[in-house]
Design a protein around this ligand. Sequence first.
Ligand code: SF4
Length: 248
Amino acid sequence: MKELVREPCLPGKWIMKNIDAPIIEIFSTFQGEGSFIGQRQIFVRFAGCNLNCSYCDTNNSKSIKSGKMMSVDDVLAEIDKIKTPDCDTLSFTGGEPSLYPEFINQLASKTNLKILLESNGTLPDNIDSMERLDIVSMDIKLPEHLDGQYSERFLDNEIQSLNLLIEKSIPVYCKIVVLPTTETNTIKKVIEKLKDKTVGDFKIIIQPSSPIEKWKNLNSKLFKFSEIIGKDFDVYVIPQMHKILNIR
Ligand code: SF4
């Protein structure tokens, strides 16, 4: 295992000092979340995350140790094997792929596929150092996602990431995972700050946490969240499709 160099967590850079990265899996399936839901994509799932969210559905990707060290060329070879005519996008997911900006830069420079980054947005310096991003899906974390470890700095850093992407004209949308326990006041506070501190337009996707059955008697909450966000942003409510279809 090569060394992960951690310069202070927030704000700061977490970078690999080489171009290998710990990869959990490379696979092709339909995008199950966000703006490109239903589109066939190739996913490269990185191991390692700087957060520890309570709702995380990829728990095995939080630790760097769960990945296999692979070179850029090894990953490209795997991508070539599974590429299909209906797929033109490479989705970097995790874990937290922005831990590996140099690896992503090298990989992006060697493929014609579009690059989608799925990120928690809390490492703006790393996101800033990525040279080719075609679209970014950025999570906005809520206090209840992080069981007492939440800090206002997470939102500040997410806003910093959003603003630098907007300034570079890189398309970005935000995703807020809501739990049945999420309060309307929490959403109000976050939206207020996003409205005040961001420098351009982006859409916001409310993603009700899975399984969707938990929302059976809570639909009114989703309408309320949508109304709060919709005053200032383009808003959609989109559940995880892959969980409903029971696909990867
Ligand atoms: S940021 Fe994403 S990968 Fe990391 S713990 Fe949270 S949900 Fe899981």
